[in-house]
Design a protein around this ligand. Structure first.
Ligand SMILES: [Zn+2]
Length: 246
């Protein structure tokens, strides 16, 4: 005798970058299993692939993850997880590294359990800077946001990113460089050439590029970390999807 088929509810969400509404179903046990395996492997490429596959399955192919900005993908995934597992996410956060020892015996084992309601997490796209940056009258650079797996490598529980990583990531985010009417696509240039181009800019010019890059919305959430020993607290910024699965 055939076992009954379980029907799943559908929900709707708004894609942050486009404002488009899409409907989706929660992910199922088989999909969660794939995801957990990818997460355990700590392989960001495998995890991105698992996230993309789940989004395709849960929207019945209506959404192509390649059309999504990295912050769309993170946001979508967090919503999916909320509908699938529960709206409240519990994150075990260790004492923030930049938190001056609040009590003398503070150790790395000081874990604070953070409860986050995913409905409280919004993505603000209003502060995105223009992607076309003029370097001179003739020369300019068109930027794009990085791929999700490039960003995931830089996800962290305290949202810090090293200058050297930012530089590498910026090289990956060049779409093209224009010189009058001539367009030099980044994919047709070597990393060395792009690196030299960036290094030849003045700090002021480079800062404009950095500003675009830094204006990219991220999945982030500020929450108070409370020391389990002395109860002093510090605001912690959870940044990137990985931080919400910690
Ligand atoms: Zn303390």
């Amino acid at each position: 005798m055939a076992l009954p088929k379980v029907s799943t509810p559908t929900y709707e969400l708004t894609i942050p970058s486009s404002g488009e509404k899409v409907s989706y179903r929660p992910f199922l046990v088989k999909e969660e299993k794939t995801l957990l395996m990818a997460m355990e492997s700590k392989d960001t490429t495998a995890m991105t692939k698992a996230m993309q596959d789940i989004i395709i399955a849960c929207t019945d192919g209506e959404v192509d993850p390649k059309d999504l900005a990295p912050y769309d993908l993170e946001y979508f995934f967090l919503q999916l997880r909320g509908r699938s597992v529960g709206e409240i996410i519990e994150v075990n956060a260790p004492r923030p590294v930049n938190f001056e020892a609040c009590c003398e015996e503070a150790t790395e084992e000081d874990i604070c359990k953070l409860s986050i309601n995913i409905d409280d997490i919004k993505i603000d796209t209003s502060k995105i800077k223009p992607a076309e940056i003029e370097i001179s009258d003739k020369i300019g650079i068109k930027m794009k946001f990085p791929e999700i797996d490039a960003i995931q490598k830089h996800s962290s529980i305290d949202g810090e990113m090293k200058a050297v990583d930012i530089f590498k990531l910026i090289i990956d985010c060049i779409d093209y460089i224009w010189d009058g009417d001539e367009i030099h696509k980044a994919k047709d240039s070597t990393k060395k050439e792009l690196n030299e181009f960036l290094e030849s800019l003045s700090s002021g010019q480079f800062n404009k590029i950095k500003e675009f890059f830094e204006s990219m919305p991220r999945l982030s959430h500020d929450i108070d970390w409370v020391c389990p020993k002395c109860e002093k607290s510090k605001t912690l910024t959870l940044m990137g999807i990985d931080a919400f699965f910690g």
